[in-house]
Design a protein around this ligand. Structure first.
Ligand code: FE2
Length: 305
């Protein structure tokens, strides 16, 4: 559809012309990544790429892996749409992730992803604040020997990660919003420690007291917030979340729908079918509306709450 480099930080709008917009799945910008070698590529669907974040999906065929190793000048968080997948880090971590689970990767962590299953894998990713430096793929990439893995030839010379990956089993609370998973995110950006966030490790909270909507954070820190909204069915009229507005740019991705997004100030509404997305520039007031007889679910990607 378009080269990734050509749409970077300006899809669907350039930074100085952002507007709320429904982005249907057929309108995602497709590309192979890396663009110069289909033999080790994933199939990439870019949903939003702007000056504050990037949101997209990539697919891996059964048995597939993408190479070379990837790195970003920002944190990357995953929501596994169709798993399982195994995320490999250059530091020797291998995260096994099932559908519906998440992964938080701090800025600067080298990574790639394997699909050992018999089905196509699909991964929703959120990178913030910046997805790419000048070169795509990066100009300098570690060789296999510079990464850690089973019987790797240089394992002893590479950092021992055991003391750098922290226990995240503590129960979360409202005060953890802004620091989830519950580790020092600046330290993680130094060590490259990554964290798989399984379903029971998501940070739960309730959005609104009179019209409660479940929020489940996979990651939350000074760079951004990523997780799930779950709005139940039923009520006097359709079930609605309380209107909210964010200081930073955001996007929604529909998992279970249709999800109606109502822009309360603009008095415009949009219907997201599963796999559709919605771009919410900073300051857009919105609420979710559920006309179904079942809970609806959307992934949120918010740069500043
Ligand atoms: Fe990546």
């Amino acid at each position: 559809m378009a080269k990734l480099v050509d749409i970077l930080e300006k899809f669907p709008f350039p930074p100085n012309d952002k507007k709320p917009m429904l982005i249907r799945k057929q309108d995602y910008s497709t590309a192979l990544y890396p663009p110069n070698d289909a033999f080790t590529s994933d199939n990439t669907f870019t949903i939003v790429t702007t000056d504050t974040f990037m949101l997209g999906i990539y697919e891996l065929c059964p048995g597939g892996v993408f190479l070379p190793l990837d790195i970003h000048p920002g944190d990357e968080t995953y929501y596994i749409l169709d798993g399982p997948v195994v995320q490999r880090s250059g530091n020797g971590q291998f995260a096994y992730l099932e559908s519906g689970e998440g992964l938080w990767m701090p800025e600067g962590a080298w990574h790639c992803c394997h699909n050992f299953s018999d089905k196509k894998a699909r991964i929703l990713y959120f990178i913030t604040p910046k997805a790419w430096s000048e070169e795509i793929p990066p100009a300098v990439i570690p060789t296999d020997e510079e990464t850690k893995f089973y019987k790797g030839p240089n394992n002893a010379a590479l950092p021992n990660m055991k003391g750098k990956i922290h226990d995240i089993s503590r129960q979360g609370c409202t005060d953890d919003i802004g620091c989830w998973p519950p580790v020092d995110y600046k330290e993680a950006r130094e060590t490259g420690a990554v964290y798989g966030i399984r379903d029971f490790e998501k940070l739960n909270n309730i959005h609104g007291t009179k019209h409660p909507m479940l929020m489940r954070f996979i990651s939350s820190n000074d760079y951004g917030h990523f997780g799930e909204f779950i709005l139940p069915a039923g009520g006097y009229g359709p079930r609605c979340s309380d209107p909210d507005v964010h200081r930073g740019d955001a996007a929604l991705y529909c998992i279970d729908g249709p999800v109606t997004v109502n822009l309360t100030d603009l008095q415009e509404s949009f219907v997201l079918n599963p796999e559709d997305s919605f771009f919410l520039p900073a300051g857009t007031k919105y609420q979710l509306v559920n006309f179904e007889n079942k809970p609806i679910k959307a992934v949120f990607a918010i740069t500043e709450l």
